[in-house]
Design a protein around this ligand. Structure first.
Ligand code: BV8
Ligand code: ZN
Length: 267
């Protein structure tokens, strides 16, 4: 085994040992965990029709108010791409890790495991994650921007080129996501920071750590004395903070760590 892969294997072993001894795990995921499902990350260069648009403008309340049809078309385009996406081995490994933690596998005390995602896709649900919380909403939920009345996307129906109108108040229908400049759902955000304050391990997968207040979570976990594991092929502010770095794709690193955990033979 060459030096680089030996180092990688050692980091995976350290991650497995940290997970094995943790009693209260918080997992935070970002767009990178869905990359191997073919979903461009939030800051991947926008392509095709959207190449000249800044996602932070399109994903903002100001952007929607300024040009609702443009923003609506961007979400319909993303929603269409998401419909065919499948969970990848990274999503599946995280669902397996949750089950391993709570089932007290390996004769250990059960551990607490909660997954907080910034992603608006439902791939964690499809992979089987249970204790799962969406911090930035979901692209498959819609509501009236004025009165909040939920709105159902018509089954297989043609999607209009501009936002439909609310049947009750005539307001514009919008995706149930949290836009820049909007508050996150208070209950979910409160739970995320409560769990962060008491966790003894935070597993961060596929986030550039640029969007607040969520990006604050690893810093608060560190403050609370938790071990930070970062899974990302690139450097990020969180990888600098991490105690253990798995420098690779989630779809490779997470199954590799699960394999070591389930072998229970240690490293
Ligand atoms: C708010 C939903 C207040 C929509 C998104 C300080 C405190 C509070 C707010 C702010 C603050 N400073 C600035 C702000 C304002 C702003 C903000 O953070 N701006 C940033 C740009 C500086 N925050 C807000 O506006 C938030 N609201 O605070 O409101 C308030 C309070 C009361 C009343 C009114 C207002 C709202 C933020 C939420 C915005 N919505 N998404 C949509 O998706 O369309 S955020 C968007 O970024 C996505 O959700 C995305 O998930 C999220 C974070 O990005 P990442 O997930 O990290 O994705 P990214 O592409 O950046 O990185 C991917 C990573 O994966 C990379 O590192 C890459 O290397 C890695 N990767 C690639 N392949 C793989 C991989 N990793 C693993 N495996 C691989 N295969
Ligand atoms: Zn309405």
């Amino acid at each position: 085994m060459n030096h680089q892969s030996q180092e990688t294997q050692e980091s995976r072993c350290r991650a497995a040992q940290a997970l094995r001894s943790a009693r209260s795990i918080v997992c935070l995921t970002g767009a990178g965990v869905s990359a191997e499902s073919g979903i461009p990350t939030f800051r991947d260069a926008q392509t095709g029709l959207w190449a000249n648009f800044d996602p932070e403008v399109l994903a903002s309340i100001d952007g929607f108010r300024r040009d609702p049809a443009l923003v609506w078309r961007w979400y319909m385009d993303r929603f269409g791409k998401l419909c065919d996406a499948q969970p990848n081995p990274g999503h599946i490994a995280l669902a397996g890790l949750e089950e391993w933690c709570v089932s007290a596998a390996g004769g250990r005390e059960p551990a607490r495991f909660d997954l907080f995602t910034q992603n608006i896709d439902s791939l964690h649900e499809q992979a089987g994650s249970i204790s799962l919380f969406h911090l930035h909403g979901r692209i498959d939920r819609y509501r009236c921007d004025s009165c909040g009345l939920p709105w159902e996307m018509p089954e297989g129906g043609e999607v209009a080129d501009e936002p439909p109108r609310c049947s009750v108040c005539g307001g514009l229908i919008r995706p149930g996501v949290v836009w820049f400049g909007e508050a996150l759902p208070a209950g979910t955000l409160g739970k995320a920071f409560d769990r962060t304050a008491v966790c003894d391990l935070m597993l961060v997968v596929g986030t550039s750590g640029q969007v607040f207040p969520v990006a604050q979570m690893p810093y608060e976990a560190r403050q609370a004395g938790a071990c930070i594991i970062d899974v990302n092929p690139e450097d990020s502010p969180i990888s600098q903070l991490a105690d253990i770095r798995l420098k690779g794709p989630g779809a490779v690193e997470l199954p590799a760590v699960m394999e070591i955990l389930e072998a229970s033979a240690g490293c």
